[in-house]
Design a protein around this ligand. Structure first.
Ligand code: XUL
Ligand code: CO
Length: 449
């Protein structure tokens, strides 16, 4: 199938049956769910790097991807051709946002000045396309990990010249964010960590990283770039330990270095798994601490220990994520669902870029429908409230309002028999809770038009 034989992807609902690969069964952009349009809850974004730059290599084999712009052999010609292709894909998919690293867009020159000139040429074309299509930039970022100069990190490199280069590169990246009206700016510290502690001054590296973030914030303020800054935690890969290990670690870092008013978090499903967590755990930690910023929508594989960046198709996980989002009220102040995901190496046809995004968008739309049903019924909210209700009055209230002391609690409890204490606990009926969630999933989806 030729790529532009694919028209705008339409919502067909369930009526046409389950097998329409190039149509949405659940994603109905303007439909209002729990008080907001689906597209405004979800704010889907396409990731430039996976979608247009991935050749679908793996450590044992060459790239399999078939892409129309491979006919351009000059790197700048190819970079410019990708822009046309990208905006066609965005509009036909009906995705309103995209994300990129500076180095995704244009090849490097020998000096940063030459590199910036290459980039600016492509950015001009991107800017024109943004204006003509209305597609917006969810976030941009800077690749401070691909080039060999970043072998030991960027702001945490042991080499001052590399810190200096990173700062200069970041400066231009912030200028581009401002120029294109980016809603967020992401920092993923790919190599900001260590390979081995024996040769690493860990505290010194983290202080350098904090200094770097402060410099970036100061410059953003200076040029009037008011995007939400986001840190994207990841436990490891490519380093064996990354400093932004998970949401909790990143929040502690931000608080330690006075960056907590500046940053929120961009959380990714597969990264959560690499830290030994569920995606829900990471989102809950960020949400309850006021750090939920944006989401990189992908999924890992439970049997594989590295970053798979699969397109999200696990309905249980998307329902869970969207329940947390509904509880938060939004995916962060300017957040969205960026598909940081790539088709498998065996899905090499150009049209698989459509098929994979349709699969991910429908999985998140279905997740939203399930989560909205549970949220509107207050199923989870009520069960949690009732489980902790002994803190709403009586002795529990004195614990929460700070009037209880060890002595008052001793007086309350000293002579209470074991049977009374056991009676104070209650079964959580966890299996029934899980069964009810299953029933919500089945019913909410079966009842869709
Ligand atoms: C890497 C990853 C990055 C960030 C942006 O695992 O997730 O693509 O999202 O640098
Ligand atoms: Co990511």
């Amino acid at each position: 199938m030729g790529l532009w034989d694919i028209d705008k992807i339409e919502y067909v609902g369930r009526a046409k049956g389950p097998r329409e690969a190039l149509a949405f069964h659940y994603y109905d952009a303007d439909r209002v769910v729990s008080g907001k349009k689906m597209k405004d809850w979800l704010r889907f974004g396409v990731a430039w790097w996976h979608t247009f730059d991935q050749e679908l290599v793996d450590p044992f084999g060459a790239g399999t991807a078939q892409r129309p712009y491979y006919k351009y052999t000059d790197p700048m010609d190819q970079a410019l051709a990708k822009v046309d292709y990208a905006f066609e894909l965005f509009t036909r998919l009906g995705v309103e946002y995209f994300c990129f690293h500076d180095r995704d867009l244009a090849p490097e020159g020998d000096t940063l000045r030459e590199t910036n000139a290459n980039l600016d040429k492509v950015i001009s074309k991107v800017e024109d396309n943004m204006k003509s299509t209305g597609v917006r930039l969810l976030w941009n970022t800077s690749s401070l990990f691909t080039n060999p100069r970043f072998v030991d990190g960027a702001s945490t490199s042991p080499f001052a010249d590399i810190f200096a280069y990173s700062a200069a590169q970041l400066k231009h990246s912030l200028e581009i964010g401002k120029r294109l009206g980016a809603e967020n700016y992401v920092f993923w510290g790919g190599r900001e960590g260590y390979e081995n502690l024996w040769n690493t001054q860990m505290k010194r590296e983290q202080e350098h990283m904090a200094r770097f973030f402060h410099m970036c914030h100061e410059y953003a303020q200076e040029i009037g770039f008011d995007a939400q800054f986001l840190i994207e935690p990841k436990a490891k890969e490519p380093t064996m330990h990354q400093y932004d290990f998970d949401a909790s670690t990143a929040i502690a870092f931000l608080k330690t270095y006075g960056l907590d008013d500046i940053f929120k978090l961009n959380l990714e499903g597969n990264h959560a798994n690499l830290a030994g967590h569920t995606y829900q755990h990471e989102i809950r930690v960020a949400r309850e601490n006021g750090f939920l910023g944006s989401l990189d929508a992908n999924q890992g594989d439970k049997l594989i220990g590295w970053d798979m960046d699969e397109f999200p198709t696990d309905l249980y996980e998307t329902s869970t994520v969207m329940w947390e989002v509904l509880a938060a009220g939004s995916i962060g102040p300017h957040g969205g669902l960026n598909f940081d995901a790539k088709p498998r190496r065996s899905s090499f046809a150009p049209e698989d870029l459509f098929r994979s995004h349709v699969a991910g968008m429908d999985a998140y739309a279905a997740g939203l429908l399930v989560a909205a049903r549970m949220h509107d019924d207050r199923f989870i909210e009520d069960l949690q409230d009732s489980r902790y209700s002994s803190f709403d009055s009586g002795i529990g209230e004195t614990i929460e309002n700070g009037t209880a002391t060890l002595a008052s609690l001793e007086e309350y409890t000293l002579d209470r028999p074991q049977a009374e204490l056991i009676a104070a606990t209650q079964s959580d009926h966890l299996e029934s809770v899980k069964a009810t969630i299953n029933n919500y999933m089945i019913d909410a989806l079966a009842e869709q038009p």
